[in-house]
Design a protein around this ligand. Sequence first.
Ligand SMILES: Cc1cc2nc3c(=O)[nH]c(=O)nc-3n(C[C@H](O)[C@H](O)[C@H](O)COP(=O)(O)O)c2cc1C
Length: 215
Amino acid sequence: MTQLADQHLDFAALEAEFTPHLALGVDAQNLLFRDARTPNSFTDEPVTDAQLEAIYELAKWAPTAMNSQPLRVLAVRSDEARARLIPHLAGSNQARTASAPLVLVLAADYDFHDDFAKTFPVFPGARDVFADESARIESATMNATLQMGYFIVAIRAAGLTAGPMTGFDADGVTREFFPDGRHRALMVVNVGHPAADAFRSRQPRLDYDEAVATV
Ligand SMILES: Cc1cc2nc3c(=O)[nH]c(=O)nc-3n(C[C@H](O)[C@H](O)[C@H](O)COP(=O)(O)O)c2cc1C
């Protein structure tokens, strides 16, 4: 049974109906999806560098186009760096980030094609496919965003809670933390253990028939 059963949702029925069709054990299903929530506040319990490395080492295996892996992760650890980040965040997001033991700025590397000799050696012409900058930006944005989703699930796999946010001045954060011009900040993620009052009520998800069509 899930740990965070909500009065509006019959999680036990969902577990019973769909677990026979899933290869993942029910505890892992709940850890990664049904029990995993988006927190507004955190306890003081730290998130270690070893945990962050384990999260990256799990998430990195998920797929990207041509194995391009454009996601870059900046761990905001120092008080000085956090003070530079918070003014760029919208309204109540500032307090969320102030209370998080670990804050990540997730960015896309628009020059991911420079790594193809390492990441896609099976195709020596890979770099030339992305000679055009606008094609690079489009691909980097899509694939880094995909990797951000994988990263959130990997944070949950570490038993931590992830608070993704796009409510921030992306130009400002990019200027502040990636002044080289080849990166773009796409998301800020607060990471830690949830405080007692961390969660708002769970909002409904679309049903299968509302989101999935068959032709
Ligand atoms: C891409 C993305 C951007 C988000 N931006 C914000 C944000 O700026 N501020 C905020 O409070 N929550 C933000 N959220 C949190 C969502 O509102 C939350 O994950 C969603 O309502 C589901 O909540 P639950 O995981 O608790 O069910 C964001 C989530 C995602 C995935």
